[in-house]
Ligand binder design. Sequence first.
Ligand SMILES: NC(=O)c1ccc[n+]([C@@H]2O[C@H](COP(=O)([O-])OP(=O)(O)OC[C@H]3O[C@@H](n4cnc5c(N)ncnc54)[C@H](O)[C@@H]3O)[C@@H](O)[C@H]2O)c1
Length: 336
Amino acid sequence: MMKVALLGAGRIGQVHAKSITAHDGSRLVAVADAIPEAARKLAGQIGAEVRSIDDILADDEIDAVLIATSTDTHSDLIERATAAGKAVLCEKPVDLSLDRALATLKTAEASGQPVMVGFNRRFDPQFAALKAAYDAGEIGKGELLSITSFDPAPPPIDYIKVSGGLFRDMMIHDFDIACWIFGGPPARVSATGSAMVDPEIGTAGDVDTAAVILQWDDGRICVIKNSRRAGYGYDQRIELLGSEGLLSAKNMLENTVEKITASGASAAKPVYFFLERYMRAYEIEWTAFIDALQSGAAMPVTLREGVAALACAEAATRSAQSGDSVAITPDMLGAE
Ligand SMILES: NC(=O)c1ccc[n+]([C@@H]2O[C@H](COP(=O)([O-])OP(=O)(O)OC[C@H]3O[C@@H](n4cnc5c(N)ncnc54)[C@H](O)[C@@H]3O)[C@@H](O)[C@H]2O)c1
């Protein structure tokens, strides 16, 4: 039984608390949060203790920590937790700064402790089935990947201001999916973005509508489209064209009833947001982390892969600002 502590009792921390508690192989023993009331409330619901991060990291009985605090704390906490001998599952992105994340990669790899990054979408049963079919050669060689990722509504402007921008905060998931499906990072990134949804997002220096093209040296291409607003719900689709066919993962709908009448056809809209769409993925993600710890296998999403997604985000941010495509160089991926 793995003894686990949760750092961060906010939106996503509460989701992870459920997965840790529901799993036979893990027990959530402690919760820490900078807001004492947030920690107290969550710890009370699951019967865990409220403890400080220092206290948790000093406790030899705690095997693993799940880092679900704000992004600007991730690097620091990964370094402290691995130095204290803990296994780590850290939420995305690894950091707001690629340089800082690269330093953390070095320190964490030197510690020898396992670190997984929380790219939950890899564990979504729809996307995992698409990837398995592609890896089994069912559509031949992948040529053109297309990822659509639209949120139903933008987060509060205060979140936007500390998020690191759409490419690091939101599209980071899609960069990871692209690198995962195509087996490694692209060679070049071209990006464009604008503030179409809320002018305040533009005033805060961010974009809410963006399109990115990733290119691999052998000619493979991925197109990613993001928007902070789709009035009909959470739009999450992947389409992969290969030399011998097409794979597509469609939206999960609120129900499967279709209506056809003389005036036309209609179906239910997509489920509302990430909690509805990816709840199963978070559970499977946690199981994958525990399985890897128990078997000693490599982490299913490595810190190095987390850095690769951040390198794409950094390149996209620079490309959107300059209008030029930006190369992903080996130093951006932590090559010695
Ligand atoms: N994988 C996903 O689907 C997904 C979804 C949402 C958020 N996230 C990521 O999870 C992280 C948290 O996002 P959220 O939406 O839950 O935010 P949130 O603001 O709801 O929760 C963050 C919590 O961390 C606490 N915190 C911040 N700094 C701390 C510190 N130094 N020590 C202790 N506690 C601290 C805050 O008090 C807050 O309760 C972000 O990095 C975000 O990118 C991932």
